[in-house]
Design a protein around this ligand. Structure first.
Ligand code: IVH
Length: 703
């Protein structure tokens, strides 16, 4: 919700002032009065910004806010006076040539990491030992934001300079970019302002903003950011502050460098001071009494963190009391009074050794990535899914690449992104396979579909799932041949093909654990009872791609027996009203495979006999005026298409959905589509609706 509001407000807040309101609001007041009003507006707007961007509880509407902002900008322009903490200073600065270096007056240290609760207990023990204290210590616990550390220097309460951490001693001047971060105050109330204050904290990007930015970049064909941290770093290190301003960055404060004139004695007091002066602080930070409470906080946040709007990779634990911190001191790079507990990583970097196609039970062939084994969150990962072949293209994954692998919870690990900059030139692209890796038959991929499939019935990987489907209720309806039974029969090599079902005997079943005398008899009876299916049920049972119960019935209505379907041309199927090209191709492909035909013939030899009550006998149409004629309709007509199709069929004709060489007439209305071109190229007669009526009349119908 807040995200959406922010988008909205941002557009107005950042928008170039085109002066469109000036004429209407221009008022001449004395320079002094203007000054007072300007300062009042700055204060008000900054307060509302804080309520909005930091506390997430605005008191005024976006419109009211914008009106104040415009009024301020106008007065500032008119009277040539802009206070140093005016929100208008956040935007509009020209691009830099390069970043200047900034030396930190107090080095920006790093933190020691703890990767287990145990290591956190050890930290506590170490601290107590150094302090020669036995009792519980007070710690602050702060979510560890995953962004980049930045220092912001305020002189006499005015934001003067901002710098990246750099190597801890020297960073880069990013003042203009940091100014655009709306959750960061540009000034401190004069009464509260220390002479010099270096605020330290993290610049970060929300997950929502990260996703918005990446979507936008993908659309423009620009490389996407791997994670919000990289996106935040990339946005802060922009020479053009307007680019930074267009990305919504956030800031959270967790410490200070030089703090001349600020006399506080604990981290919690510092947080209080930050809050009082409208500085953002880490969401949900706490003060823990003793290490047990620290661990509880860590456990709580672990549950909550996936629903936070930003990424956290751990919890920073700090001795609260500054005097104790002084006793503890620091090592070269890290203080002894703090530790960063890191949640188990969900991601790791490794090498992609190979891509191997794997056949699922439904015949879909998916690419599996074989990885150099890597530990992620305590588990060794050596394979991961690539979902489908399009994804390989989209992420430009190549064999030999350095990849980021993610494993979250129980979900199968997947490849998140590729470090293309690590390429040596020896990486290889992996083409979409043309043949099934298991049975060698040609794979099928249809336009618009991401899945690549193996259509061969006896492909071992698919067999179990196909047999289950074959026996299921809407299909051959063999009671007792459910999931578990199929597994057992498959494992014992008793059922590998549909035919095998009909070769089962009571004796064979009784040899298996699962079957007692009665259940074996029951199954054999059920199998026997399934030998007279309707052709529609049988077609559905075969599990032909896209052929559900409905399509199977339609096909059966148009073909007298399965034999008529052998080597059928796709046009004969797409001629059937309501069946499209996808189904037509799938059916034609299926019956174009000699192996599949053999399967059907074997089933028939084993006693399977189909009946076809759905077949529409053509005799019915004999004597009807449009008998034997096939029509296709395109464009908009004076009557609803469905009505016309019904009339055609009532007159004994066929209304097909696609034009083929079997089409007799294309009835073209206004705005015909590609069917018209197709009809012309095939030499199919094209007629208007009027001509159709004439034709029907001549044939003796009341059209
Ligand atoms: S305190 C001497 N507090 O983590 C203390 N750091 O791994 C230095 N970070 O460089 C930092 N949240 O970029 C501190 N609440 C927090 C933090 C935090 C995130 C980052 C910061 C630091 C890094 C150390």
């Amino acid at each position: 919700m807040k995200q959406r509001q922010q988008e909205k407000r941002r557009s107005l807040f950042d928008g170039p002032d085109d002066g469109s309101q000036s004429a209407q609001a221009k008022s001449h007041v004395s320079a002094d009065t203007a000054r007072v009003e300007i300062e009042k507006l700055v204060k008000e707007i900054n307060r509302h910004s804080y309520l909005y961007y930091v506390l997430d509880s605005p008191e005024i509407s976006d419109e009211q806010f914008d009106r104040m902002y415009r009024r301020l900008k106008e007065l500032e322009d008119q009277y040539g006076y802009t206070p140093p903490d005016s929100p208008t200073l956040r935007v509009g600065a020209p691009p830099l040539e390069k970043f200047e270096k900034v030396r930190h007056s107090v080095p920006m240290l790093s933190l020691e990491n703890a990767f287990s609760h145990e290591e956190v207990f050890e930290f506590d023990a170490r601290v107590k030992k150094l302090l020669k204290s036995e009792g519980d210590l007070e710690y602050t616990v702060e979510p560890k934001y995953d962004g980049l550390a930045v220092e912001i220097i305020y002189k006499k309460g005015v934001l003067y300079k901002a710098a990246t951490r750099g190597d801890g001693y020297e960073g880069e001047d990013i003042t203009l970019n940091v100014r655009t971060i709306k959750s960061l105050p540009l000034g401190i109330e004069p009464g509260h302002a220390p002479d010099e204050l270096e605020v330290r904290g993290e610049v970060y990007m929300s997950i929502a903003e990260f996703e918005r930015l990446n979507a936008q970049r993908r659309e423009k064909g620009e490389p996407v950011f791997a994670n919000p941290r990289n996106a935040a770093a990339g946005s802060v290190r922009q020479l053009d502050p307007n680019v930074t301003a267009a990305r919504s960055l956030h800031f959270t404060c967790y410490g200070t460098g030089v703090a001349r004139g600020l006399n506080l004695n604990s981290q919690s007091a510092l947080f209080d001071w930050f809050k009082k002066n409208m500085f953002p602080v880490p969401a949900g930070y706490g003060v823990a009494n003793g290490i047990e409470e620290v661990i509880n906080f860590i456990k709580d946040l672990e549950v909550k963190r996936s629903s936070l709007p930003f990424e956290t990779d751990g919890v920073v634990v700090k001795v609260n009391d500054f005097r104790l911190r002084e006793i503890l001191g620091e090592k070269t790079r890290e203080p002894r009074w703090a530790i960063a507990y890191k949640y188990p990583a969900h991601q790791a970097i490794t090498r992609l050794l190979d891509i191997v196609p794997s056949v699922g039970r439904t015949g879909v062939v998916t690419p599996i990535a074989m990885l150099e084994p890597v530990r992620i969150g305590g588990v060794t990962v050596s394979r991961s899914t690539l979902h489908n072949w399009d994804e390989i293209d989209r992420k430009d994954v190549r064999i030999g690449d350095t990849v980021v692998v993610e494993r979250a919870g129980d979900v199968i690990p997947h490849i998140v992104s590729v470090h293309t900059e690590k390429r040596t030139g020896r990486e290889r692209k992996f083409p979409i396979p043309a043949h099934c890796p298991v049975c060698g038959s040609s794979l099928m991929r249809e336009g618009g579909e991401v899945a690549v499939r193996c259509l061969r019935l006896d492909c071992p990987e698919q067999v179990r799932e196909r047999i289950r489907h074959f026996a299921s209720r809407g299909a051959m309806d063999i009671e007792g041949l459910g999931e578990k039974t199929v597994d057992v029969l498959y494992e014992h090599g008793l059922v590998r093909h549909f035919e095998d079902i009909y070769k089962l005997t009571r004796e064979k079943l009784l040899g298996l654990d699962r079957f007692a005398s009665k259940s074996a008899s029951n199954l054999i009876d059920a199998i026997e009872g399934s030998k007279r299916p309707s052709m529609a049920r049988f077609l559905y049972a075969l599990g032909i791609m896209h052929v559900g119960e409905f399509a199977a019935k339609l096909i059966s209505a148009n073909f007298q027996n399965v034999g008529e379907l052998y080597h059928v041309q796709p046009e004969r199927i797409s001629d059937i009203r309501q069946l499209g090209g996808k189904i037509a191709n799938a059916v034609s492909n299926f019956f174009g495979d000699e192996k599949n035909i053999q399967t059907i013939e074997s089933l028939e030899k084993l006693g399977l006999k189909m009946e076809n009550p759905d077949y529409k006998k053509t005799e019915k149409a004999e004597g009807l005026p449009l008998n034997g004629l096939t029509f296709v309709i395109t464009g908009s007509l004076p009557v609803p298409r469905k009505d016309l199709e019904d009339r055609i069929e009532a007159m004994g004709g066929r209304a097909a959905s696609a034009v083929s060489k079997n089409t007799d007439y294309l009835i073209a209305g206004e705005g015909p589509g590609s069917k018209l071109e197709k009809a012309r190229s095939l030499g199919v007669k094209v007629i208007s609706y009027e001509e159709f009526r004439q034709l029907a009349k001549n044939a003796g119908a009341e059209a």
